[in-house]
Design a protein around this ligand. Structure first.
Ligand code: GLY
Length: 333
């Protein structure tokens, strides 16, 4: 089996991202290889576990399995509390390790629990959605939403490894897969013109999840993310380009109480806002803006926004984490 290894040389903890078909059934081997703690606690969601639990747990000995709901609406402190309860019941200690098997929400919550339980234990991510594979599982951002805003509570806590199996993506529903593609488009606009051309040129095959078209795209996003996190682990500089689309995007999520959008969909709207701002400031020419919007709309429809109030969106935006010294930092293309 082909295994691709991408190294993230984060100053606080260097770690590998491994990408390989059917890697899910060999987690133990890979975790043993990196000397991940033997006392392992799995954290997953009901849906992911129903679909993939048998494969993941074959030959894998875990102290416990903690199943928590996923979806943005569940990404709050009460759910993290359930993970703490499970860790206590399992007798987890600082020498134990959390293995998070799921999408971005499970990864963010399990990562946050690992960052804070007993002041920190190791975590390995096994991302099962496109969005988590190309973005959220790499880079150590963990946390939860508050009613007032997205990811307002959290910690940087780098994983010990990220283990990716693209076969997980076959069971994603179309909307979830598409939501991940918007984050891929983010990388294309913010970091890589060749990736944009590849997305545009191979669009049909990528949308059909054909491995020869999709895998290089996932790999390229992981390489970009690894490079950026290596350079700027804590969002002080270049990493902020990865917040492209997220300022307005997070506001769209918060004002709809995390019920209307998948994260990637809100980011898609956020990118359209940022593209328009960039265009008005003459930093994004008309041709580029239109090519970007054309590709974005090719992905399919987005949930409606006509009923949302600008004043409410602006109120949330002014509480954004990206405010530094009272000034909102907006990433423009
Ligand atoms: N999702 C953006 C970042 O990890 O920095």
């Amino acid at each position: 089996m082909d295994l691709t290894r991408i190294d993230v040389a984060a100053p606080s903890r260097p770690y590998p991202v491994l990408l390989g078909e059917d890697l899910a059934s060999r987690l133990k081997v890979h975790l043993d290889e990196i000397r991940f703690p033997d006392r392992r606690i799995l954290v997953s969601s009901p849906r992911v576990w129903r679909l993939h639990g048998a494969r993941v747990s074959s030959g894998f000995e875990a102290l416990a399995l903690i199943v928590v709901p996923d979806g943005e609406r569940s990404k709050h402190l009460r759910t993290v509390s359930r993970i703490y309860d499970g860790l206590i019941a399992a007798g987890a200690d600082r020498g134990s390790g959390v293995v998070a098997v799921g999408g971005g929400v499970v990864g963010d919550m399990a990562g946050f629990a690992a960052a804070t339980y007993l002041r920190g234990m190791e975590v390995a991510h096994v991302p099962t959605t496109l969005l988590a594979q190309v973005d959220s599982a790499i880079g150590g951002k963990t946390g939860v939403n508050l009613r007032e805003g997205k990811n307002l509570v959290g910690a940087f806590h780098q994983p010990s490894a990220v283990l990716m199996d693209p076969s997980f993506l076959r069971t994603l529903d179309r909307r979830e897969f598409r939501a991940g593609l918007y984050e891929v488009l983010k990388y294309a606009i913010a970091c890589s013109a060749p990736l944009f051309d590849r997305l545009d040129g191979d669009f049909d095959s990528i949308a059909r999840r054909l491995a020869p078209a999709l895998l290089p795209v996932i790999e390229e996003c992981c390489r970009i993310k690894a490079r950026i996190v290596t350079e700027d682990e804590r969002d002080q500089g270049v990493r902020r380009v990865l917040n492209f689309g997220h300022t307005a995007g997070h506001a769209f999520e918060a004002v709809t109480r995390y019920r209307r959008f998948r994260h990637g969909e809100a980011v898609a709207y956020g990118m359209l806002v940022a593209a328009e701002l960039g265009h008005r400031r003459r930093r994004f020419d008309t041709g580029a803006r239109d090519a970007f919007a054309r590709l974005l709309w090719r992905f399919g429809g987005l949930p409606p926004i006509r009923d949302l109030r600008t004043s409410e969106l602006m109120e949330v935006i002014t509480r954004d984490k990206k405010i530094v010294d009272g000034r909102l930092h907006f990433v423009l293309p």
